[in-house]
Design a protein around this ligand. Sequence first.
Ligand SMILES: NC(=O)c1ccc[n+]([C@@H]2O[C@H](COP(=O)([O-])OP(=O)(O)OC[C@H]3O[C@@H](n4cnc5c(N)ncnc54)[C@H](OP(=O)(O)O)[C@@H]3O)[C@@H](O)[C@H]2O)c1
Length: 393
Amino acid sequence: MQNVVILGSTGSIGENTLDVIARHPDRYRVLALTCHRNTELLLRQVRAFSPRYVVVTDAAAAAGARRKLLALSPGIEVLEGLPGLCEVAAHPDADAVMAAIVGAAGLEPTLAAVVAGKRVLLANKESLVMSGPLFMRAVRDHGATLLPIDSEHNAIFQCMPPGYRGGLDGHGVARILLTASGGPFRLHSRAELELVTPAQAVAHPNWSMGQKISVDSATLMNKGLELIEACYLFDTTADRVEVVVHPQSIIHSMVEYIDGSVLAQLGNPDMRTPIAYGLAWPARIAAGVPSLDIIAAARLDFAAPDVERFPCLRLARTACEAGGTASAVLNAANEVAVEAFLAGRIGFLAIAELIERVMLRCESFEPVDIAAVKAADAEARAEARQLLQAVSA
Ligand SMILES: NC(=O)c1ccc[n+]([C@@H]2O[C@H](COP(=O)([O-])OP(=O)(O)OC[C@H]3O[C@@H](n4cnc5c(N)ncnc54)[C@H](OP(=O)(O)O)[C@@H]3O)[C@@H](O)[C@H]2O)c1
């Protein structure tokens, strides 16, 4: 029986994780659930899974929900804020931690789980993008087990040889082919992209996801963040990772070996597959995912991405090659820009423009610790907000 902590249980990944766990009550018990503000859903999850701990990070939401949570589950401990997240992430009774908070807010709790040497199921790509070398060093130093949950990285991991220990050359791997659906606007002209609304951007054709990652998928920033994530996870450089647009999202990524073999992982686009893989690895468990009807799928298309229409991918590659804090700056500027787009303050094309301007203003440096990463993140957010103010003035 494994005790599981779900950071961000009220999100899309959190809900999918609970769906898989509910299918295996003999293998998994929920130790802790966390949300930011959505305490209504948290209450429903508490009723269904009876965790020992819950964390609500927003202070007002925590104050509003405490009484209801205690009435529902008298023995439950209700924790608050970042300290509460770090406490459950590093809890001595936790066997596995699903890191599914969205954005930079996930950095410290995910690292707390890593430093406590947990089995960490990494969905929160932003934490790795921000602090790559420091994060991966902490994984090694503290003996944590890091399992990628992003479907692409999970697919790459599955295509690596048995006993995979990191890197490409030692395993005969030539390169990684990172697939991308291309998002809902794959065929839009620049003029059409100019008119894209937030409601259109959050409606992904193949995947049902949270708002932020849906916008990232539409701009191809998600693929850019994943390119950086792949470089850190598989200890390689951006020139060994090729992004391939594959609109059907049936192949979730590929690994090419030096003998010319290309291994791919296929499946229906359903996050329960990588989540189940992360929970049970190296075993396999049922995930509730329908069998892939390859005959109905009929064809698999591939194309090169267009970085002229989708410059976020180019910006991410530039940040990845620059190293240091460049990726943290890219990530922070993107979070501010996506928030502004969702609030109707800027247009779709202005997302990349804002990020590029912030990257030009913030000089990259080699961060010595997480405090330095957070400082770079804060500087980039401040620059982005200043530029936004100038736009609205
Ligand atoms: N969704 C996918 O299919 C998918 C696939 C691959 C990777 N990922 C990655 O997984 C992560 C989660 O994505 P998602 O789509 O599940 O996001 P989501 O649906 O927006 O859920 C985000 C979760 O984080 C919580 N949260 C938000 N802001 C927070 C804060 N400041 N402090 C603490 N918790 C906070 C939310 O709580 P409330 O509900 O209370 O706001 C919610 O539980 C992202 O990093 C994403 O890139 C997602």
